[in-house]
Write a protein that binds this ligand. Structure first.
Ligand SMILES: *Cc1c(COP(=O)(O)O)cnc(C)c1O
Length: 372
C-alpha cells in the first residue's frame, strides 16, 4: 500500500458506493423534463428543513450565494459592518463585500478555531449590523453566547454552517440558533452535490419569503418583480443527488467521528496538537486539522510516503491581497498568523479504511522518532 497514493479526497469512491441510487435519481430528473425549481428541489428543501428542525429551507446555487442572499434578506447593506472570523474560508468575507458592507475581522479561540467570544464585544460599533460565526472544520461555535451578545446589541446572526452539516450544540443543530443558517453542498463538503449547490435555513417566514424571491430574479409572481433579485437557484439534478445523499449523512458523520477518534488515540502523546471537542458540541470532522512545528518538513515527509495533505487555510484573510484596502497589517492577528504556518489537514472521509488511518499514524510516528 505504501506505493499507492492515499488521496486527500476520494469523491469517486463515495459515488460508486451509492451509484445505483444516484444514477436512477438523476435519470428520473432528465426524463421528467422538469429541470428548474421542480419537485426534487421542493423535496430536498423539506427534508433538509426536517433534518435541521427548522421551519424553512431555501435551495440556492452555492454557499457563497446563500450567504449573500441571507445578508440581503436581513437588510445588511452599504455602510453596515459585519464581523467575520479571520481564519474562515474567504467566501464568508466575500459575501459581505459583495453587498458593499464592510468586513470586520475577528480573532478565534486557539483550541476550537471558532470565533473568540471574549473578544467579540470590543469589535462592535454603531455600524455593526451582523455577526457571521463559522463552525470551523465541523466543530460548533459557542453559538449560545454569540446569540446572547447579538441580542444585547440588536445584531443579526448568520451562521456559516458550510463545514458543519449535522453538527449540533446542546442538542440543537448548528445553523438554527441565529436568524439564518447557511450551507454549501460543494462536492467535498460533508454533504456534497455533483456540482455547486447551497441552502439557507431559517425559522423566520419573512426572511424565507425574501430569499425565495431574491434567488429567482426578485419575483414572487412570474414576471412581476418587486425587488432586484438574481438567479441563484438550486437545480433539480443537484437536488436529486442531495436527496439520495441526505439519507446517508448521519452514517457518514459517524464514520468520520470514528476515524477521527482513531487518529486521536494513535497520535496523542506526540509533539502534535490535535483537534478538540467540548461538552455539548458534536464535531462532524469536515476536516481533521493538526498543528505541528516545521509544518513544511512534516508535510513533505507525508508526501514522500504518498499521503496527501492540505492546508486550510495558508493565508489569514486580513493579509490577503483582496482585502488590502481594509489596511490590516501583519501582526494584527498573531494567532491566525502563527497557526497559518502550523496547521495541516490530514485525510479524513467516510470511505477511508481504518488501516489507512493506521498507516498515516505510523508514518507520523516514524517522523517524530526520526526528528525529535
Ligand atoms: C465552502 C464554504 C463556503 C462557500 O461555499 P460554496 O458553495 O463553495 O460557495 C463558505 N463558507 C465556508 C466556511 C465554506 O467552507
Amino acid at each position: 500500500m505504501s506505493n499507492k497514493t492515499l488521496p486527500f479526497f476520494d469523491l469517486k469512491k463515495q459515488y460508486f458506493s451509492i451509484k445505483e441510487e444516484i444514477d436512477s435519481a438523476v435519470q428520473d430528473v432528465i426524463a421528467s423534463g422538469n429541470y428548474i425549481l421542480g419537485p426534487k428541489v421542493k423535496e430536498f428543501e423539506s427534508k433538509f428543513a426536517e433534518y435541521n428542525s427548522t421551519k424553512f429551507a431555501i435551495g440556492v446555487n452555492s454557499g457563497t450565494d446563500a450567504l449573500r442572499l441571507a445578508l440581503e434578506a436581513c437588510d445588511i447593506n452599504k455602510g453596515s459592518e459585519v464581523i467575520v472570523p479571520v481564519n474562515t474560508f474567504i467566501a464568508t468575507a466575500l459575501a459581505v463585500s459583495s453587498i458593499g458592507a464592510k468586513v470586520v475581522f475577528a480573532e478565534f479561540n486557539k483550541e476550537t478555531y471558532n470565533i473568540d467570544v471574549q473578544k467579540l464585544e470590543s469589535l462592535i460599533t454603531k455600524k455593526t449590523k451582523a455577526i457571521i460565526p463559522v463552525h470551523m472544520y465541523g466543530l460548533p461555535s459557542e453559538i449560545d453566547k454569540i446569540t446572547d451578545i447579538a441580542k444585547k446589541y440588536n445584531l443579526i446572526v448568520i451562521e456559516d454552517a458550510c463545514q458543519a452539516h449535522g453538527a449540533f450544540y446542546k442538542e440543537r443543530m448548528v445553523g438554527t440558533w441565529g436568524d439564518v443558517g447557511v450551507y454549501s453542498f460543494y462536492p467535498s463538503k460533508n454533504l456534497g452535490a455533483y456540482g455547486d449547490a447551497g441552502m439557507v435555513v431559517t425559522n423566520d417566514k419573512n426572511i424565507s419569503e425574501r430569499i425565495i424571491s431574491l434567488r429567482n430574479y426578485g419575483q414572487s409572481v412570474k414576471y412581476y418583480h418587486n425587488v432586484r433579485g438574481s438567479n441563484c437557484r438550486l437545480d433539480e439534478i443537484q437536488a436529486a443527488v442531495l436527496n439520495v445523499k441526505l439519507k446517508h449523512l448521519n452514517r457518514w458523520i459517524e464514520k468520520r467521528r470514528k476515524l477521527a477518534n482513531l487518529y486521536v488515540n494513535k497520535l496523542k502523546g506526540l509533539n502534535i496538537d490535535l483537534p478538540c471537542e467540548f461538552d455539548g458540541a458534536k464535531h462532524v470532522y469536515y476536516l481533521f486539522v493538526v498543528r505541528v512545528k516545521e509544518r513544511e518538513k512534516f508535510q513533505r515527509h507525508l508526501e514522500t510516503n504518498n499521503i496527501q495533505t492540505m492546508i486550510h487555510y495558508p493565508v489569514p484573510l486580513h493579509i490577503q491581497e483582496a482585502y488590502s484596502d481594509l489596511h490590516y497589517k501583519k501582526g494584527d492577528f498573531k494567532l491566525a498568523e502563527e497557526y497559518a504556518d502550523k496547521i495541516l489537514s490530514l485525510p479524513l472521509y467516510p470511505e477511508l479504511e481504518e488501516e489507512q488511518i493506521c498507516y498515516v499514524c505510523e508514518k507520523i510516528k516514524a517522523y517524530f522518532h526520526e526528528y525529535n
